[in-house]
Design a binder for this molecule. Structure first.
Ligand code: RIB
Length: 307
């Protein structure tokens, strides 16, 4: 499964993280603790996760000409990620995310996209040589929507399998969804897309059916601690693993990256199990990129796979 060539177009942020006993109400001043910073951004998180799982990763993104941007670049370089297509925008600061992590492990994220907004459709046009040489594309929604769409369309032109992680979710036109081969919302994202509240397998099926009806051939709904659900050529529910969740930030990114690494190599049920294991392991450690597991860790938790 190692060696898959994956292009990831998306965000790179600096995460400013604080732990809280509970999330504040409007007007409330709350004592937090354990303030720390960690490299984040859904795109960069997925790039690091895929690289640690053995993929050859190219990251397409935009950071600012500042210390957060330089640190992120260095970090991804250390992970062996190809940064030829990572821009430095002269005018905007590197994206930042303020993250509150509750004792339950759940998080709340506020994002200032900064330089992520400077990844333009024209930048994607420069990627033709890259797209003729990769197996997969992953996009999320922390960069401009017209850029994401351009990347999905270029992937289709070059016959590259594309994965659209609809995070953070916003209502999207059906033809946007149809431009992707695989769509991976979590429960709340599936609800924003479809209007269907996802809180059971039946409602996950109903939401996935609607998304598939818009033209996505494969839909995977991330069910968090409950696992994941696939709707497409068949229908599969894959339960997750018992873990002690410390911080769920980046767990969904670990899941999507892991799915991209093994998609088409493992049978779908096993690919879901592998991705569930990656997401679960990421939730056992603090931070986004620092929490991404190694291939050995994921294989050990996922159990026997037909590779
Ligand atoms: O998915 C987690 C990520 O969302 C964080 O790293 C933060 O930067 C936001 O992009």
């Amino acid at each position: 499964m190692a060696g898959k060539k994956i292009a990831i177009a998306g965000s790179a942020n600096m995460d400013l993280i604080m732990r809280v006993a509970h999330f504040p109400k409007p007007g409330e001043t709350l004592a937090g603790k354990d303030f720390t910073t960690a490299h984040g951004g859904k795109g960069a998180n997925q790039a690091v996760a895929a690289a640690r799982l053995g993929a050859q990763v190219s990251f397409i993104g935009s950071v600012g000409n500042d210390s957060f941007g330089n640190q992120q670049r260095k970090e991804m370089e250390n992970e062996g990620i190809n940064l030829r297509y990572l821009k430095t925008d002269p005018a905007l600061p590197t994206g930042t995310a303020i993250i509150l992590v509750a004792d339950s492990g759940e998080n709340m994220i506020i994002l200032d996209a900064g330089a992520n907004q400077a990844l333009h459709p024209e930048d994607i046009h420069l990627l033709k040589p890259l797209f003729s040489d990769v197996d997969r594309l992953i996009c999320q929604l922390e960069t401009p929507l017209d850029t994401v769409r351009e990347a999905l369309e270029l992937a289709r032109t070059y016959n590259v399998f594309s994965i659209l992680d609809v995070a953070p979710a916003c209502p999207l036109p059906p033809d946007f969804i149809a431009a992707a081969d695989l769509v991976t919302p979590n429960e709340s994202e599936a609800e924003i897309l479809t209007g269907i509240k996802v809180d059971s397998l039946d409602s996950a099926r109903a939401a996935a059916e609607r998304i598939a009806g818009w033209g996505a051939r494969h839909v995977v709904i991330k069910l968090g601690a409950k696992g994941s659900y696939y709707f497409g050529d068949e229908e599969i529910y894959a339960p997750s693993f018992e873990i002690n969740a410390v911080d769920t930030t980046g767990a969904g990114d670990a899941f999507t990256a892991a799915l991209a690494v093994v998609w088409g190599t493992l049978p779908t049920a096993e690919a879901l199990r592998f991705a569930n294991a990656a997401g679960a392991l990421a939730a056992t450690r603090p931070g986004a990129q620092p929490s991404m597991p190694s291939l050995e860790e994921v294989l050990a938790l996922a159990g026997s796979l037909s590779v």
